[in-house]
Structures are given as C-alpha cells and as structure tokens.
Design a protein around this ligand. Sequence first.
Ligand SMILES: [Fe+2]
Length: 156
Amino acid sequence: MSINQIGLEKKDMTAVIEQLNKLLSSYHIFYINVRGYHWNVKGEHFFTLHPKFEELYTSLQVQIDEIAERVLTLGGTPLHAYSDFAQNSSIKEDKGVFNGNECVRGVVSGLQELIEEQRKLSGIAQEAEDQGTADLVDGYVQEQEKLIWMYNAFLG
Ligand SMILES: [Fe+2]
C-alpha cells in the first residue's frame, strides 16, 4: 500500500485526478466561452452583461488555478494544453454569439454542465476519502447554483 503526501492511497487518487483534469478542461473551455460573450455581446443590455461576464470569467480563472493545484497536491500533473482541454471538456466551444439572451443561455448551460460534473467528482472523491477535493468542488456547486438562479431571473 502506497500513500501520497497528504495520507491518501495513491491508487485511489487515479480516478480523482482524472476527473479533476476533465473538470479543469471544462473550466477552460467555459472560461473562453465567457470571454467571448464579454467581448461580443451587443444590444440594450450591453452595459449590464459586459461587466457581469467579466466578473464570471475572473472567478473562473481563480477556480482553474485551484483545481490545477489540487491535482498537484494529490500527486498528479494538471493538463496544460488547449488541445487536451478541447478533447477532455464536457462543455463545447460556443463561437460567434452576440445576442445578450443567447450569451446568458450559454452561461446557464455551461454552469449546469460544471455542476453535474462536480457532483460526480464529489462522489468519487468521497469514496476515496478525499474530503478536501469534495469540499472544494461542493463550494463551487453552491456558488454556481445561485448564479443559475440569477442568470435565469435575468432571462425572466
Ligand atoms: Fe474587457
């Protein structure tokens, strides 16, 4: 039996690290989608949505770093190439979106995807007795659930 630097069994970490790298990929694709919404949004809600999307991608950037550093803490190597992110993301690239409501729908569906992925990861982490990873992503889920309510309220 072999344990990593934080007392968790190395063989149990393989699945957790793999899921974290998939999540890291989804975050990167979602991040660049949200930057696209920030840049391209047009219309009467420009001054509301442009800064809201900036707020969102800025927090995604912080979470991206936390996820990658969690992979390292567990003894893995985070993915760090766009080709890998594109291949492993559960969120698809969203190009050429200009309409405000369409941008918001893209945000909502991206958040829903992240939540689903994180709930799954939380279960895998808890099975491996990795409460640290479970707590990290559970916190993100709670935050993103609230964001979905707010963005859906915007849509009416
Ligand atoms: Fe900007």
